[in-house]
Design a protein around this ligand. Structure first.
Ligand SMILES: [Zn+2]
Length: 156
């Protein structure tokens, strides 16, 4: 599953990227159909702009929730996304790029010293060059989102 996310919903796009979803951010304008790509397999467009309703496209998901976290939960619920098949922490939340594994000796000096000593697995975003590791702040956020998903699944 892939997403095209309306520009104001950046917080939602970040959350989807933490779970590994390809979530491009683009400004979508209802009066300018050119801003919407043609429907693509397994790709959903996420927006809060009611004006898109008149397009009546099946791939258009018009969200009602106002906070990024509530929007995230709405997407999970409405598209019935489960944890199965997800690749959490495979994608940079800032750039939407897939991260690549880097050797431990390549991150020396780039991560805090205690991190360098305690972890052996490191990933780098080819876009912004940020380094990630299991146990980082981002891993914590992702864990929380996965927990959220489980609760949503139980509620429906
Ligand atoms: Zn990045």
């Amino acid at each position: 599953m892939k997403f095209l996310v309306d520009q104001p919903l950046g917080g939602l796009a970040k959350r989807l990227r933490f779970l590994g979803f390809d979530s491009a951010l683009r400004r979508l304008i209802p009066t300018d159909p050119g801003t919407l790509p043609p429907p693509a397999p397994d790709t959903y467009i996420l927006t809060r702009q009611e004006a898109f309703k008149k397009l009546a496209r099946n791939d258009l998901v018009i969200l009602s929730a106002s906070t990024p976290q509530a929007q995230f939960e709405e997407v999970i619920h409405r598209l019935k996304i489960s944890r199965r098949g997800l690749s959490p922490l495979s994608r940079c939340s800032r750039c939407n790029e897939l991260m690549r594994r880097v050797r431990r000796d390549q991150v020396q000096g780039l991560v805090p010293e205690h991190v360098f000593h305690h972890f052996s697995e490191f990933y780098e975003c080819p876009g912004c060059r940020r380094i990630f590791w299991p146990g980082s702040h981002l891993a914590g956020i992702t864990k929380k989102l996965l927990k959220n998903m489980e609760n949503i699944g139980k509620g429906s």
